[in-house]
Design a protein around this ligand. Structure first.
Ligand SMILES: *Cc1c(COP(=O)(O)O)cnc(C)c1O
Length: 531
């Protein structure tokens, strides 16, 4: 007898309308400290083309009390900048001369367009592809500050001019590229299916990759005495979690605007635990977004929302990392779930830089996967890129991509058109089933990953993706952030969904006979499949 009563004893409601948590607004000021850090000369790279070798294991057993890995990085660096980057309007006309220093506080171009971080490729090209491959490979998985981070191991391509000492990092990145052997074989007949687990990360989503870059730059601006007292965002999910963690780690105040009574405990707990100043405002998400824009125009609060192009510089390192993990062989397909559409562009930019700088000779075809309930890019793609219309996003379990009017639409279209990309969509039933199927093979995926897996199912069924194509599905968040939707699915408690892969717990009496009974039935049902 299947039963959901076990679930019901959990503190979470099975109702899709998550019990609202109303947040008392504290009147106490945030307490924070900014550690004093001495000034130092930055340096990304030594000139003799080799990374500085680490001391041999026996050369130093214990650090002196007054030295840490930041100090060590400072000592080793030589003081000459080789590389640089600046803000330019995204996809600007070649004749445009508009540009801004990364040390300016600017979010949009003069004409209100998106900005892009443009690197000095001429300087980077003075070193060949083999040089960059070796340099990046030499840094993987070490504790050397800051290169132990998957993002900062590509520092010269990310924020070349920042002082190592200003970097705020949790050694993010270097995430698992998982060979989905059983899922690929059983459900898709594929032998080269891989899942890039970007959600197995400091705060449980890929947002960490971008936030380390944004908060590091803010840390630098504060040390330069620029007027940045805190960093703010309006977000109900992964962005506020990442922002508050990185700010807390650097002692920078973070301010999060959340819509009152529309937020589950799971969505609230990360910024609260990390000491963010959480404002619970009696409006919806768009209302919060509007308010924080107005407020940041008046107050010295740096805006960490998704049009900020610094974040994409960090996110693009996941693409470089994929190539690196395949020993610089290029996969055929990379599938990325998309909402505000910054990440799909970040992946393109990472791959494209690797091609341009000679690390690889081609780039993969990208697939952007959207929830059917929030699918403006999908509709645009289906129209042959004729007409873009924002949609009113409907509720979806893939809540981080429930966006009807994506900020980075132009970035996404540029990326997809440049790599012969494809857009797919997933209904609620498809994405929840795909998530459950992946979980049944030993993963623990989030609904957004379910959207990407659905795209893969569809492209395999139509023969676009071949059984032997090397394919990477990007998993964007940790499944543990989304236990509520999994509980609903496995309880078959979702309206209009069959939940065909549900695996609810069996309720059984506390006596030997009853337990033996259900176990022998279970083993019989499994016996023919023993190998
Ligand atoms: C932010 C986010 C996305 C969407 O990324 P975009 O850059 O907005 O397209 C997808 N999945 C998860 C889990 C996210 O947090």
């Amino acid at each position: 007898m299947a039963s959901s009563t076990l679930f019901q004893s959990s503190p979470f409601s099975l109702n899709t309308n998550t019990k609202p948590y109303s947040l008392p607004i504290s009147t106490k000021p945030i307490h924070f400290t900014v550690k004093s850090q001495s000034q130092s000369q930055p340096q990304p790279l030594t000139q003799n083309n080799t990374p500085t070798p680490s001391p041999s294991p026996s050369s130093k057993l214990r650090r002196p009390a007054d030295e840490n890995i930041r100090d060590e990085a400072r000592r080793k660096n030589v003081s000459q900048h080789l590389f640089s980057a600046k803000y330019v309007p995204f996809n600007a006309d070649p004749s445009s001369t508009e540009s801004y220093s990364l040390d300016e506080i600017v979010y949009r171009s003069q004409s209100g367009d998106l900005l892009d971080v443009q690197h000095d490729l001429t300087a980077l090209k003075k070193f060949d592809g083999a040089y960059w491959r070796n340099l990046f490979d030499s840094r993987v998985g070490k504790t050397t500050w800051p290169y132990g981070s998957g993002v900062w191991s590509k520092k010269e391509w990310v924020l070349p001019e920042i002082d190592d000492d200003d970097i705020v990092s949790a050694f993010e990145g270097n995430s698992n590229l998982f060979w989905a052997e059983r899922f690929g074989k059983q459900f898709l007949g594929m032998n080269e299916l891989w899942v890039k687990h970007c959600g197995i990360s400091h705060t449980g989503s890929f947002k960490d990759l971008g936030m380390t870059v944004l908060v590091s730059q803010v840390n630098r601006l504060r040390k330069m005495n620029r007027p940045v007292v805190g960093v703010g965002c309006a977000s109900t999910g992964d962005t506020s979690a990442a922002l508050s963690a990185y700010c807390a780690s650097a002692g920078i105040p973070s301010i999060v605007f959340l819509p009152a009574n529309r937020i589950s405990i799971a969505q609230l707990v990360q910024p609260i635990a990390n000491g963010a100043f959480v404002l619970s405002i009696d409006t919806d998400f768009d209302g919060c977004m509007q308010l924080i824009r107005e407020v940041t125009a008046e107050l010295p609060i740096y805006l960490a929302n998704s049009l900020n192009s610094l974040r994409l510089e960090g996110q693009k390192t996941a693409a470089i990392e994929i190539l690196q993990q395949f020993d610089w062989q290029v996969p055929d397909w990379v599938i990325v779930p998309g909402g505000n559409l910054g990440n799909i562009y970040a992946f393109y930019k990472g791959f494209q830089m690797c091609k341009e700088l000679g690390l690889v000779d081609r780039i993969p075809r990208l697939v952007c996967a959207q929830a059917a309930n929030a699918n403006p890019l999908y509709l645009y793609f289906k129209s042959g890129w004729k007409e873009f219309k924002p949609v009113r996003a409907q509720t979806t379990f893939a809540s981080a991509i429930q966006i009807g009017d994506p900020v980075s639409i132009d970035r996404a279209v540029h990326a997809l058109r440049s790599c012969n990309g494809i857009v797919e969509e997933a209904t609620e039933e498809e994405l929840m089933d795909a998530m459950a199927q992946a979980d049944s093979t030993g993963m623990f995926t989030c609904p957004h990953t379910g959207v990407a897996l659905t795209a893969l199912f569809k492209l395999r069924n139509s023969g676009v993706i071949k059984p032997t194509d090397r394919t990477v599905v990007v998993s964007t968040a940790h499944g543990l952030k989304f236990t509520q939707s999994k509980i609903e699915y496995h309880s078959k408690g979702i309206k209009d969904l069959a939940c065909q892969f549900a695996n609810p717990p069996m309720q059984v009496k506390a006596d030997f006979g009853s337990v033996m009974d259900v176990l022998s039935k279970y083993l019989q049902s499994k016996a023919p499949r023993y190998h």
